[in-house]
Design a protein around this ligand. Structure first.
Ligand SMILES: [Zn+2]
Length: 325
């Protein structure tokens, strides 16, 4: 059992309590200014979110240490947990139609700035975005900590160039990619600076980095605080500064104003909706009620066979496309 299971069990049965005692934690510095001048922003699930006094980046500090992190994301159950879990994915495979639709929107923007070439998807999971990359004519490469997901991408989707491991450790050739993707992954990284520097190193000069992450300045985005899964909470402003200090120039951010429309399967949307309210409350009774409602709704959705239908929804995420200088 890894620390995520402890969190799930404790959270459901007792409300958030003494999780910090049973996992290894470490202090980190800001990934933009590398200083440690912060004020407490919020406490969630017994994790402290701090805000950097220099650049405004919000992040979890202290954080779980690396061995816990690898174990958590490497577990087969991360992408296929019980439907009542509030951490990880209840069924990532079932989200494929929505992920493909969202990835198409990213590539629709990317192809405005580049023609075809080699794409590396950092944290590619089962390879759905790479399927889309291939459809748009790109050569698809990807990595993920989860061996089960990589095996699926290789064997079921026939994507050959996928590897298990962290991008900072894998032997990719410098300046060999035209596009690097971080789609819903940067908020999970232990050190987004190291991963982004790896992206810089692996991209050709003028190559593109596309990042999709939660916008902490948006109302919906602020409701997606999910420590310890989500460790970094960017906004348009902090993302711009972060990319500048790492040698990138932002070409596009979307949406600039208003809400982002994102596609979900009905099952995933229902899951996220209940989890959103679940995280907002510390009231155990209310949590148990939400838990019951979520379980009943998901069973009903499955029973009538509409769980995998794709619907548009409002999401607190934003897309950034930046050029490697
Ligand atoms: Zn800072």
């Amino acid at each position: 059992m890894c620390w995520a299971d402890h969190i799930v069990n404790i959270d459901i049965l007792q409300g958030s309590c003494t999780i910090i005692r049973i996992i290894n934690m470490k202090e980190v510095t800001c990934v933009i200014c590398e200083k440690n001048d912060t004020k407490l922003h919020a406490v969630n699930n017994n994790f402290s979110l701090v805000k950097c006094l220099h650049d405004g980046l919000v992040y979890v500090n202290p954080q779980p240490d690396n061995s816990d992190f690898q174990e958590f994301y490497g577990a087969k159950e991360y992408f296929l947990r019980s439907e009542t879990a509030t951490i990880g994915y209840s069924d990532y495979l079932a989200d494929q139609p929505a992920i493909i639709k969202n990835s198409c929107r990213v590539f629709d923007e990317l192809v405005k700035f580049c023609s075809v070439g080699k794409v590396l998807d950092i944290g590619c999971a089962f390879g759905f975005a790479l399927q889309v990359a291939q459809k748009y004519g790109f050569e698809a490469h990807g990595n993920d900590l989860n061996e089960h997901a990589i095996t699926y991408a290789r064997e079921k989707l026939h994507i050959e160039n996928v590897k298990v491991g962290c991008v900072t450790d894998l032997p990719y050739q410098n300046e060999s990619f035209d596009v690097v993707l971080m789609l819903g992954t940067i908020e999970h990284f232990q050190n987004p600076r190291e991963e982004t520097q790896a992206a810089y190193r692996l991209l050709k000069p003028g190559g593109l980095l596309a990042i999709v992450t939660v916008d902490f300045d948006s109302l919906v985005g602020r409701g997606t605080i999910r420590p310890p899964e989500h460790l970094y909470y960017f906004s348009a402003r902090t993302m711009d500064t972060f990319l500048q200090v790492n040698g990138f120039k932002v070409l596009k951010m979307a949406p600039q104003y208003g809400f982002n429309i994102f596609y979900f399967t009905i099952e995933d949307f229902a899951t996220r909706l209940f989890d959103y309210f679940y995280r907002l409350t510390e009231n155990t009774k209310f949590k148990k009620t939400l838990f019951f409602l979520k379980s009943t709704t998901l069973k009903f959705v499955k029973k009538i066979g509409i769980g995998s239908q794709v619907i548009p929804g409002i999401d607190g995420q934003f897309l950034t496309i930046a050029k490697r200088l």
